[in-house]
Design a binder for this molecule. Structure first.
Ligand code: SF4
Length: 524
Protein backbone atom coordinates (compact mmCIF):
# COMPACT_ATOMS: atom_id res chain seq x y z
CA UNK A 1 0.00 0.00 0.00
CA UNK A 2 1.17 3.54 -0.68
CA UNK A 3 2.27 5.65 2.31
CA UNK A 4 -0.72 7.98 1.65
CA UNK A 5 -3.20 5.15 1.94
CA UNK A 6 -1.73 4.25 5.33
CA UNK A 7 -2.38 7.73 6.66
CA UNK A 8 -4.55 7.91 9.71
CA UNK A 9 -7.81 9.75 10.04
CA UNK A 10 -9.91 10.56 13.04
CA UNK A 11 -12.11 7.50 12.56
CA UNK A 12 -9.11 5.24 11.94
CA UNK A 13 -7.41 6.55 15.05
CA UNK A 14 -10.50 5.81 17.14
CA UNK A 15 -10.70 2.26 15.70
CA UNK A 16 -7.04 1.75 16.53
CA UNK A 17 -7.63 3.05 20.02
CA UNK A 18 -10.13 0.24 20.49
CA UNK A 19 -7.92 -2.42 18.85
CA UNK A 20 -4.87 -2.34 16.57
CA UNK A 21 -5.96 -5.53 14.83
CA UNK A 22 -9.33 -4.01 13.97
CA UNK A 23 -7.61 -0.95 12.52
CA UNK A 24 -5.21 -3.13 10.51
CA UNK A 25 -8.10 -4.98 8.90
CA UNK A 26 -10.01 -1.75 8.25
CA UNK A 27 -7.01 -0.28 6.43
CA UNK A 28 -5.70 -3.38 4.64
CA UNK A 29 -9.08 -4.92 3.83
CA UNK A 30 -11.35 -1.93 3.20
CA UNK A 31 -13.66 -4.11 1.08
CA UNK A 32 -14.16 -6.70 3.86
CA UNK A 33 -17.81 -7.78 3.98
CA UNK A 34 -17.90 -7.02 7.70
CA UNK A 35 -17.39 -3.35 6.88
CA UNK A 36 -20.52 -3.07 4.75
CA UNK A 37 -22.93 -1.03 6.88
CA UNK A 38 -26.20 -2.67 7.82
CA UNK A 39 -29.45 -0.80 7.10
CA UNK A 40 -29.60 0.04 10.81
CA UNK A 41 -26.10 1.53 10.72
CA UNK A 42 -26.93 3.45 7.56
CA UNK A 43 -29.98 4.85 9.25
CA UNK A 44 -27.94 6.00 12.25
CA UNK A 45 -25.35 7.50 9.94
CA UNK A 46 -28.00 9.40 8.03
CA UNK A 47 -29.60 10.69 11.23
CA UNK A 48 -26.13 11.73 12.43
CA UNK A 49 -25.67 13.74 9.24
CA UNK A 50 -29.02 15.46 9.80
CA UNK A 51 -27.95 16.37 13.32
CA UNK A 52 -24.63 17.73 12.04
CA UNK A 53 -26.38 19.93 9.50
CA UNK A 54 -28.91 21.16 12.03
CA UNK A 55 -26.11 22.01 14.50
CA UNK A 56 -24.57 24.44 12.00
CA UNK A 57 -27.71 26.57 12.22
CA UNK A 58 -27.05 27.06 15.95
CA UNK A 59 -23.65 28.63 15.21
CA UNK A 60 -24.58 30.78 12.21
CA UNK A 61 -22.50 32.75 9.76
CA UNK A 62 -20.01 30.02 8.95
CA UNK A 63 -18.90 28.51 5.67
CA UNK A 64 -19.15 24.84 4.75
CA UNK A 65 -16.14 23.10 3.19
CA UNK A 66 -18.30 21.51 0.57
CA UNK A 67 -15.87 19.13 -1.12
CA UNK A 68 -16.54 15.42 -1.84
CA UNK A 69 -15.74 13.23 1.16
CA UNK A 70 -12.72 11.37 -0.22
CA UNK A 71 -10.94 14.45 -1.60
CA UNK A 72 -9.02 14.92 1.62
CA UNK A 73 -6.23 17.05 0.14
CA UNK A 74 -8.76 19.38 -1.50
CA UNK A 75 -10.68 19.71 1.73
CA UNK A 76 -7.52 20.68 3.60
CA UNK A 77 -6.69 23.26 0.92
CA UNK A 78 -10.23 24.69 0.95
CA UNK A 79 -10.10 24.96 4.74
CA UNK A 80 -6.79 26.80 4.58
CA UNK A 81 -8.35 29.30 2.18
CA UNK A 82 -11.44 29.73 4.34
CA UNK A 83 -9.30 30.47 7.40
CA UNK A 84 -7.83 33.48 5.60
CA UNK A 85 -11.31 35.02 5.36
CA UNK A 86 -11.78 35.49 9.11
CA UNK A 87 -15.14 33.73 9.12
CA UNK A 88 -17.01 33.32 12.42
CA UNK A 89 -17.11 29.58 11.84
CA UNK A 90 -16.11 26.86 9.38
CA UNK A 91 -18.20 23.73 9.06
CA UNK A 92 -16.46 20.43 8.18
CA UNK A 93 -13.01 22.04 8.40
CA UNK A 94 -10.20 19.60 7.47
CA UNK A 95 -6.59 19.48 8.61
CA UNK A 96 -3.55 17.28 8.10
CA UNK A 97 -0.62 16.93 10.48
CA UNK A 98 1.47 14.03 11.79
CA UNK A 99 0.23 12.01 8.78
CA UNK A 100 -3.29 12.21 10.21
CA UNK A 101 -6.40 13.84 8.74
CA UNK A 102 -9.12 15.20 10.96
CA UNK A 103 -12.42 16.84 10.07
CA UNK A 104 -13.90 19.27 12.59
CA UNK A 105 -17.69 19.47 12.65
CA UNK A 106 -17.65 23.15 13.59
CA UNK A 107 -14.58 25.32 14.03
CA UNK A 108 -15.65 28.53 15.73
CA UNK A 109 -13.46 31.59 15.75
CA UNK A 110 -13.00 33.24 19.16
CA UNK A 111 -11.28 36.50 20.13
CA UNK A 112 -7.95 34.75 20.71
CA UNK A 113 -8.12 31.62 18.63
CA UNK A 114 -10.56 28.82 17.84
CA UNK A 115 -13.00 26.42 19.48
CA UNK A 116 -13.24 22.85 18.20
CA UNK A 117 -16.85 21.69 18.41
CA UNK A 118 -17.56 17.99 18.04
CA UNK A 119 -21.27 17.44 17.27
CA UNK A 120 -22.77 14.21 18.60
CA UNK A 121 -26.21 12.80 17.85
CA UNK A 122 -26.56 11.46 21.38
CA UNK A 123 -28.58 12.74 24.30
CA UNK A 124 -25.52 13.08 26.53
CA UNK A 125 -21.74 13.33 26.47
CA UNK A 126 -20.00 9.98 26.60
CA UNK A 127 -16.44 9.01 27.59
CA UNK A 128 -15.60 7.98 24.02
CA UNK A 129 -16.24 11.54 22.84
CA UNK A 130 -13.09 12.78 24.57
CA UNK A 131 -10.40 10.97 22.51
CA UNK A 132 -12.39 12.03 19.45
CA UNK A 133 -12.05 15.70 20.40
CA UNK A 134 -8.48 15.21 21.64
CA UNK A 135 -7.10 13.92 18.34
CA UNK A 136 -8.70 16.89 16.57
CA UNK A 137 -7.15 19.39 18.95
CA UNK A 138 -3.77 17.66 18.60
CA UNK A 139 -3.78 17.73 14.80
CA UNK A 140 -5.06 21.32 14.59
CA UNK A 141 -2.35 22.55 16.94
CA UNK A 142 0.30 20.61 15.04
CA UNK A 143 -1.05 22.27 11.87
CA UNK A 144 -0.36 25.65 13.46
CA UNK A 145 -3.83 26.66 14.65
CA UNK A 146 -4.48 28.31 18.00
CA UNK A 147 -7.07 26.06 19.65
CA UNK A 148 -8.26 27.43 22.96
CA UNK A 149 -11.31 25.44 23.71
CA UNK A 150 -12.97 22.11 22.93
CA UNK A 151 -16.68 21.39 23.17
CA UNK A 152 -19.01 18.46 22.69
CA UNK A 153 -22.35 19.62 21.30
CA UNK A 154 -24.98 16.96 21.87
CA UNK A 155 -28.74 16.70 21.71
CA UNK A 156 -30.82 18.03 24.58
CA UNK A 157 -33.10 15.32 25.98
CA UNK A 158 -35.35 18.01 27.48
CA UNK A 159 -36.11 19.56 24.09
CA UNK A 160 -39.65 19.00 22.80
CA UNK A 161 -40.97 19.44 19.29
CA UNK A 162 -41.96 21.95 17.91
CA UNK A 163 -39.67 24.16 20.02
CA UNK A 164 -36.27 23.13 18.68
CA UNK A 165 -34.49 26.32 19.74
CA UNK A 166 -32.83 24.36 22.53
CA UNK A 167 -32.15 21.20 20.55
CA UNK A 168 -28.47 21.22 21.50
CA UNK A 169 -26.37 21.44 24.62
CA UNK A 170 -22.78 22.69 24.31
CA UNK A 171 -20.44 21.26 26.91
CA UNK A 172 -16.99 22.69 27.52
CA UNK A 173 -14.64 19.71 27.69
CA UNK A 174 -11.36 21.65 27.42
CA UNK A 175 -9.76 20.45 30.70
CA UNK A 176 -10.70 16.83 29.96
CA UNK A 177 -9.37 17.06 26.42
CA UNK A 178 -6.13 18.68 27.60
CA UNK A 179 -5.65 15.69 29.90
CA UNK A 180 -6.46 13.23 27.10
CA UNK A 181 -3.95 14.90 24.76
CA UNK A 182 -1.01 13.47 26.65
CA UNK A 183 -1.13 10.05 25.06
CA UNK A 184 -2.16 11.09 21.54
CA UNK A 185 1.29 11.53 19.86
CA UNK A 186 2.58 8.15 21.06
CA UNK A 187 -0.60 6.37 20.05
CA UNK A 188 -0.56 7.94 16.58
CA UNK A 189 3.04 6.82 16.12
CA UNK A 190 2.25 3.32 17.39
CA UNK A 191 -0.69 2.95 15.01
CA UNK A 192 1.38 4.12 12.05
CA UNK A 193 4.16 1.63 12.85
CA UNK A 194 1.63 -1.14 13.28
CA UNK A 195 -0.07 -0.41 9.95
CA UNK A 196 3.23 -0.64 8.11
CA UNK A 197 3.79 -4.16 9.45
CA UNK A 198 1.93 -7.49 9.39
CA UNK A 199 -1.42 -8.17 11.08
CA UNK A 200 -0.79 -7.67 14.81
CA UNK A 201 -1.61 -10.35 17.31
CA UNK A 202 -4.24 -8.98 19.69
CA UNK A 203 -6.05 -11.28 22.12
CA UNK A 204 -9.82 -11.02 22.35
CA UNK A 205 -11.27 -9.35 25.41
CA UNK A 206 -13.61 -6.72 26.77
CA UNK A 207 -12.26 -4.21 24.27
CA UNK A 208 -14.00 -6.16 21.47
CA UNK A 209 -17.34 -4.66 22.43
CA UNK A 210 -16.26 -1.41 24.09
CA UNK A 211 -16.98 1.29 23.28
CA UNK A 212 -18.46 -0.28 20.14
CA UNK A 213 -19.04 -3.79 18.84
CA UNK A 214 -16.07 -4.64 16.64
CA UNK A 215 -17.18 -5.64 13.12
CA UNK A 216 -14.68 -8.53 13.17
CA UNK A 217 -16.07 -10.35 16.19
CA UNK A 218 -16.83 -13.46 14.16
CA UNK A 219 -13.28 -13.64 12.82
CA UNK A 220 -11.64 -13.48 16.22
CA UNK A 221 -14.02 -15.09 18.66
CA UNK A 222 -14.14 -18.89 18.66
CA UNK A 223 -17.49 -20.48 17.85
CA UNK A 224 -19.14 -21.44 21.10
CA UNK A 225 -20.12 -25.06 21.67
CA UNK A 226 -23.82 -25.89 21.94
CA UNK A 227 -25.26 -24.97 25.31
CA UNK A 228 -22.27 -22.87 26.24
CA UNK A 229 -22.64 -21.45 29.75
CA UNK A 230 -23.21 -18.02 28.24
CA UNK A 231 -26.52 -19.41 26.95
CA UNK A 232 -27.91 -19.63 30.45
CA UNK A 233 -30.97 -17.45 30.40
CA UNK A 234 -29.97 -13.78 30.67
CA UNK A 235 -26.76 -14.66 32.44
CA UNK A 236 -24.43 -11.76 33.07
CA UNK A 237 -21.33 -11.83 30.91
CA UNK A 238 -19.16 -11.63 34.03
CA UNK A 239 -20.84 -14.66 35.59
CA UNK A 240 -20.48 -16.70 32.39
CA UNK A 241 -16.78 -15.85 32.27
CA UNK A 242 -16.44 -16.96 35.90
CA UNK A 243 -18.07 -20.29 35.16
CA UNK A 244 -15.76 -20.78 32.20
CA UNK A 245 -12.74 -19.94 34.32
CA UNK A 246 -13.90 -22.55 36.82
CA UNK A 247 -13.75 -25.15 34.05
CA UNK A 248 -17.44 -25.28 33.11
CA UNK A 249 -17.58 -24.62 29.38
CA UNK A 250 -21.10 -25.89 28.73
CA UNK A 251 -24.30 -26.41 30.66
CA UNK A 252 -23.60 -30.15 30.52
CA UNK A 253 -20.48 -29.56 32.65
CA UNK A 254 -22.21 -27.77 35.52
CA UNK A 255 -22.15 -29.78 38.76
CA UNK A 256 -25.36 -30.64 40.57
CA UNK A 257 -24.40 -28.75 43.73
CA UNK A 258 -23.81 -25.43 41.97
CA UNK A 259 -26.04 -22.68 43.31
CA UNK A 260 -28.35 -21.51 40.52
CA UNK A 261 -31.40 -19.34 40.10
CA UNK A 262 -34.70 -21.16 39.69
CA UNK A 263 -34.79 -20.46 35.98
CA UNK A 264 -31.20 -21.53 35.44
CA UNK A 265 -31.74 -24.69 37.49
CA UNK A 266 -34.69 -25.56 35.26
CA UNK A 267 -32.70 -24.90 32.13
CA UNK A 268 -29.74 -26.96 33.37
CA UNK A 269 -32.01 -29.85 34.25
CA UNK A 270 -33.67 -29.81 30.82
CA UNK A 271 -30.35 -29.71 29.02
CA UNK A 272 -28.60 -32.30 31.14
CA UNK A 273 -31.47 -34.80 31.09
CA UNK A 274 -32.49 -34.15 27.50
CA UNK A 275 -36.08 -33.90 28.70
CA UNK A 276 -38.61 -31.14 28.87
CA UNK A 277 -39.18 -29.67 32.30
CA UNK A 278 -42.70 -28.42 32.96
CA UNK A 279 -43.70 -26.92 36.26
CA UNK A 280 -47.01 -28.06 37.74
CA UNK A 281 -48.17 -24.46 38.18
CA UNK A 282 -48.17 -23.69 34.47
CA UNK A 283 -51.85 -24.45 33.91
CA UNK A 284 -52.85 -22.37 36.90
CA UNK A 285 -50.73 -19.49 35.70
CA UNK A 286 -52.31 -19.57 32.27
CA UNK A 287 -55.74 -19.76 33.91
CA UNK A 288 -55.50 -16.09 34.87
CA UNK A 289 -55.89 -15.11 31.26
CA UNK A 290 -59.57 -14.50 31.17
CA UNK A 291 -60.97 -14.44 27.65
CA UNK A 292 -61.59 -12.76 25.33
CA UNK A 293 -57.93 -11.87 24.91
CA UNK A 294 -56.06 -9.52 22.60
CA UNK A 295 -52.38 -10.15 21.86
CA UNK A 296 -50.85 -6.77 21.22
CA UNK A 297 -47.50 -5.82 19.74
CA UNK A 298 -46.12 -2.37 18.84
CA UNK A 299 -43.16 -1.34 16.73
CA UNK A 300 -41.54 2.06 17.12
CA UNK A 301 -39.15 4.45 15.44
CA UNK A 302 -36.60 6.69 17.20
CA UNK A 303 -35.69 9.96 15.55
CA UNK A 304 -32.67 11.98 16.60
CA UNK A 305 -34.45 15.20 15.60
CA UNK A 306 -38.06 14.97 16.78
CA UNK A 307 -40.79 15.62 14.21
CA UNK A 308 -44.06 15.32 16.07
CA UNK A 309 -45.58 17.48 18.85
CA UNK A 310 -44.24 16.77 22.32
CA UNK A 311 -41.55 14.35 21.15
CA UNK A 312 -37.97 14.63 22.37
CA UNK A 313 -34.74 13.49 20.65
CA UNK A 314 -34.55 9.73 20.18
CA UNK A 315 -37.96 9.18 21.75
CA UNK A 316 -39.49 5.88 20.73
CA UNK A 317 -42.70 6.64 18.88
CA UNK A 318 -45.09 3.81 18.02
CA UNK A 319 -45.73 3.61 14.28
CA UNK A 320 -47.18 0.14 13.90
CA UNK A 321 -49.25 -2.35 15.81
CA UNK A 322 -50.57 -5.84 15.41
CA UNK A 323 -53.21 -7.54 17.52
CA UNK A 324 -54.78 -10.96 17.40
CA UNK A 325 -58.13 -10.61 19.13
CA UNK A 326 -60.17 -13.52 20.41
CA UNK A 327 -63.80 -13.57 19.27
CA UNK A 328 -66.71 -14.24 21.58
CA UNK A 329 -67.93 -17.14 19.53
CA UNK A 330 -64.44 -18.56 18.99
CA UNK A 331 -61.74 -17.84 16.48
CA UNK A 332 -59.35 -14.92 16.12
CA UNK A 333 -59.31 -11.68 14.16
CA UNK A 334 -56.09 -9.97 13.21
CA UNK A 335 -55.87 -6.16 13.33
CA UNK A 336 -52.93 -4.13 12.15
CA UNK A 337 -51.90 -0.62 11.18
CA UNK A 338 -48.64 0.83 9.95
CA UNK A 339 -47.63 4.44 9.25
CA UNK A 340 -46.76 5.16 5.64
CA UNK A 341 -46.05 8.88 5.53
CA UNK A 342 -44.35 11.72 7.37
CA UNK A 343 -47.47 12.71 9.35
CA UNK A 344 -47.73 12.14 13.09
CA UNK A 345 -48.73 8.45 13.26
CA UNK A 346 -50.10 8.53 16.79
CA UNK A 347 -53.72 9.72 16.28
CA UNK A 348 -54.52 7.13 13.60
CA UNK A 349 -52.63 4.41 15.40
CA UNK A 350 -54.40 5.18 18.70
CA UNK A 351 -57.79 4.93 17.03
CA UNK A 352 -56.90 1.62 15.46
CA UNK A 353 -55.59 0.19 18.76
CA UNK A 354 -58.63 1.29 20.73
CA UNK A 355 -60.94 -0.19 18.12
CA UNK A 356 -58.98 -3.46 17.98
CA UNK A 357 -58.94 -3.95 21.75
CA UNK A 358 -62.55 -2.89 22.32
CA UNK A 359 -63.88 -6.43 22.66
CA UNK A 360 -60.98 -7.82 24.67
CA UNK A 361 -61.14 -8.37 28.39
CA UNK A 362 -57.42 -8.64 28.69
CA UNK A 363 -54.69 -7.40 26.46
CA UNK A 364 -51.56 -9.50 26.50
CA UNK A 365 -48.12 -8.40 25.45
CA UNK A 366 -44.70 -9.97 25.41
CA UNK A 367 -42.90 -6.99 26.95
CA UNK A 368 -45.69 -5.35 28.91
CA UNK A 369 -43.53 -2.44 30.05
CA UNK A 370 -42.65 -1.60 26.46
CA UNK A 371 -46.25 -1.80 25.28
CA UNK A 372 -47.35 0.37 28.22
CA UNK A 373 -44.80 2.98 27.20
CA UNK A 374 -46.15 2.86 23.65
CA UNK A 375 -49.68 3.41 24.92
CA UNK A 376 -48.45 6.38 26.97
CA UNK A 377 -46.89 7.83 23.83
CA UNK A 378 -50.20 7.35 22.02
CA UNK A 379 -52.02 9.19 24.80
CA UNK A 380 -49.70 12.14 24.31
CA UNK A 381 -50.27 12.13 20.57
CA UNK A 382 -54.02 11.47 20.66
CA UNK A 383 -55.38 13.23 23.79
CA UNK A 384 -58.96 12.79 22.57
CA UNK A 385 -58.50 9.04 23.14
CA UNK A 386 -56.62 9.38 26.43
CA UNK A 387 -59.33 7.75 28.53
CA UNK A 388 -59.73 4.73 26.29
CA UNK A 389 -55.97 4.28 26.12
CA UNK A 390 -55.64 4.70 29.85
CA UNK A 391 -58.09 1.90 30.39
CA UNK A 392 -55.92 -0.37 28.33
CA UNK A 393 -52.80 0.78 30.11
CA UNK A 394 -54.02 0.63 33.67
CA UNK A 395 -56.16 -2.45 33.38
CA UNK A 396 -59.31 -0.62 34.40
CA UNK A 397 -62.30 -2.78 33.68
CA UNK A 398 -62.15 -3.71 30.11
CA UNK A 399 -60.01 -4.03 28.30
CA UNK A 400 -57.09 -4.64 30.61
CA UNK A 401 -53.47 -4.53 29.82
CA UNK A 402 -52.88 -7.99 30.73
CA UNK A 403 -50.18 -9.20 32.64
CA UNK A 404 -47.82 -10.59 30.58
CA UNK A 405 -45.48 -13.23 29.73
CA UNK A 406 -42.43 -12.70 31.72
CA UNK A 407 -39.08 -14.32 31.75
CA UNK A 408 -39.97 -16.81 34.42
CA UNK A 409 -40.18 -19.96 32.46
CA UNK A 410 -42.27 -22.66 33.90
CA UNK A 411 -40.93 -25.07 31.38
CA UNK A 412 -37.79 -25.48 29.43
CA UNK A 413 -36.90 -27.44 26.38
CA UNK A 414 -34.32 -30.15 26.20
CA UNK A 415 -31.33 -29.86 23.90
CA UNK A 416 -32.10 -29.49 20.24
CA UNK A 417 -35.83 -29.23 20.72
CA UNK A 418 -36.38 -25.62 21.16
CA UNK A 419 -36.55 -22.60 18.97
CA UNK A 420 -36.36 -24.09 15.54
CA UNK A 421 -38.95 -26.76 16.12
CA UNK A 422 -41.34 -24.51 17.89
CA UNK A 423 -41.01 -21.98 15.14
CA UNK A 424 -42.14 -24.63 12.75
CA UNK A 425 -45.00 -25.52 15.04
CA UNK A 426 -45.95 -21.88 15.04
CA UNK A 427 -46.35 -21.88 11.31
CA UNK A 428 -49.00 -24.51 11.60
CA UNK A 429 -50.31 -23.53 14.96
CA UNK A 430 -53.97 -23.97 14.15
CA UNK A 431 -53.41 -27.52 13.10
CA UNK A 432 -51.28 -28.22 16.12
CA UNK A 433 -53.73 -26.65 18.49
CA UNK A 434 -56.58 -28.70 17.17
CA UNK A 435 -54.61 -31.86 17.53
CA UNK A 436 -53.27 -31.23 20.95
CA UNK A 437 -56.65 -30.43 22.46
CA UNK A 438 -57.70 -33.92 21.51
CA UNK A 439 -54.88 -36.22 22.46
CA UNK A 440 -56.31 -39.11 20.52
CA UNK A 441 -55.13 -37.52 17.30
CA UNK A 442 -51.67 -38.77 16.33
CA UNK A 443 -49.90 -35.48 16.69
CA UNK A 444 -46.47 -36.84 16.08
CA UNK A 445 -47.34 -38.44 12.77
CA UNK A 446 -48.95 -35.33 11.35
CA UNK A 447 -46.08 -33.14 12.44
CA UNK A 448 -43.58 -35.55 11.08
CA UNK A 449 -45.28 -35.42 7.71
CA UNK A 450 -45.39 -31.67 7.77
CA UNK A 451 -41.93 -30.93 8.99
CA UNK A 452 -39.91 -34.07 8.45
CA UNK A 453 -39.08 -34.49 12.10
CA UNK A 454 -38.88 -37.65 14.10
CA UNK A 455 -42.53 -38.34 15.06
CA UNK A 456 -41.91 -39.80 18.48
CA UNK A 457 -39.60 -36.99 19.38
CA UNK A 458 -42.02 -34.36 18.19
CA UNK A 459 -44.99 -35.86 19.97
CA UNK A 460 -42.91 -35.83 23.10
CA UNK A 461 -42.20 -32.15 22.64
CA UNK A 462 -45.73 -31.04 21.88
CA UNK A 463 -47.61 -33.19 24.32
CA UNK A 464 -44.89 -32.88 26.91
CA UNK A 465 -44.95 -29.15 26.73
CA UNK A 466 -48.70 -29.01 27.05
CA UNK A 467 -48.95 -31.71 29.68
CA UNK A 468 -50.41 -29.79 32.57
CA UNK A 469 -51.73 -26.99 30.41
CA UNK A 470 -53.69 -29.36 28.21
CA UNK A 471 -55.86 -30.24 31.17
CA UNK A 472 -57.63 -27.00 30.47
CA UNK A 473 -58.77 -26.52 26.94
CA UNK A 474 -58.92 -22.78 27.27
CA UNK A 475 -55.29 -22.79 28.19
CA UNK A 476 -54.41 -24.57 25.02
CA UNK A 477 -56.40 -22.12 22.97
CA UNK A 478 -54.62 -19.24 24.63
CA UNK A 479 -51.31 -20.76 23.97
CA UNK A 480 -52.28 -21.18 20.37
CA UNK A 481 -53.06 -17.51 20.20
CA UNK A 482 -49.67 -16.69 21.57
CA UNK A 483 -48.18 -18.82 18.89
CA UNK A 484 -50.35 -17.17 16.28
CA UNK A 485 -48.54 -13.95 16.95
CA UNK A 486 -45.25 -15.46 15.92
CA UNK A 487 -44.83 -13.55 12.69
CA UNK A 488 -45.62 -10.12 14.06
CA UNK A 489 -43.01 -7.43 14.30
CA UNK A 490 -39.46 -7.11 13.25
CA UNK A 491 -38.16 -9.60 15.77
CA UNK A 492 -40.25 -12.64 15.03
CA UNK A 493 -37.93 -14.93 16.93
CA UNK A 494 -39.29 -13.50 20.12
CA UNK A 495 -42.74 -14.75 19.51
CA UNK A 496 -41.98 -18.44 19.36
CA UNK A 497 -40.56 -17.98 22.81
CA UNK A 498 -43.91 -17.00 24.17
CA UNK A 499 -44.99 -20.53 24.77
CA UNK A 500 -41.90 -21.13 26.84
CA UNK A 501 -42.55 -18.30 29.21
CA UNK A 502 -44.44 -18.29 32.40
CA UNK A 503 -47.52 -16.16 32.45
CA UNK A 504 -47.01 -13.57 35.11
CA UNK A 505 -49.42 -11.79 37.33
CA UNK A 506 -49.95 -10.88 40.94
CA UNK A 507 -50.92 -14.39 41.83
CA UNK A 508 -47.80 -15.72 40.28
CA UNK A 509 -45.78 -13.52 42.54
CA UNK A 510 -47.48 -15.25 45.43
CA UNK A 511 -46.74 -18.64 43.94
CA UNK A 512 -43.10 -17.72 43.76
CA UNK A 513 -43.08 -16.76 47.39
CA UNK A 514 -44.66 -20.02 48.37
CA UNK A 515 -42.01 -21.78 46.43
CA UNK A 516 -44.45 -23.68 44.23
CA UNK A 517 -42.41 -23.11 41.15
CA UNK A 518 -39.30 -24.34 42.82
CA UNK A 519 -40.38 -27.91 42.24
CA UNK A 520 -39.27 -29.42 39.00
CA UNK A 521 -41.44 -31.93 37.30
CA UNK A 522 -40.81 -33.75 34.08
CA UNK A 523 -43.71 -34.38 31.83
CA UNK A 524 -43.71 -36.12 28.52
S1 SF4 B 1 -12.76 -8.91 17.63
FE1 SF4 B 1 -11.54 -8.03 19.26
S2 SF4 B 1 -9.45 -8.70 18.89
FE2 SF4 B 1 -10.60 -9.06 17.01
S3 SF4 B 1 -10.23 -7.24 15.79
FE3 SF4 B 1 -12.09 -6.91 16.91
S4 SF4 B 1 -11.52 -5.85 18.76
FE4 SF4 B 1 -9.67 -6.74 17.88
Amino acid sequence: MSPESLRLSKSRYLSGLQCHKQLWWRVHEPEAPELTPTPGQQNLFSQGQDVGERARGHIPGGELIDVPFYQYENKVTATREALKRDLPAIYEAWFLADETYVGVDILERTSRGHTVIEVKASNSRKPEHLPDAAVQVHVLRRAGLQVERAEVMHLNPECRFPDLAKLFIREDVTPLVEAALIGVPDELAAQQRMLAGPLPDVPIGDHCTRPYDCPFLERCWPKLPDHHVSKLYRIERKRALELEADGYATIYDLPSDLELSVIHARQVKAVQTGRMVVEPTLARALGHFTPPLAFLDFETVSLAIPRWPGCRPWQQVPVQFSAHVEQQGGGWVHHQWIADGPEDPRPALAEAVVAACAGARRVVAYHASFERECIKRLREGAPHLAKELERIEKRERRPELGECLRERRLHHHPPGLHRLHLTRVDQRQLQVRGQVVDRRVPVGFELERSFALDPVQFADVVIGELGPAALDERTVVRRGAMLADCHVGQRPFEHPLLCRELVWDADQRRLDQRGDVLTHEQVG
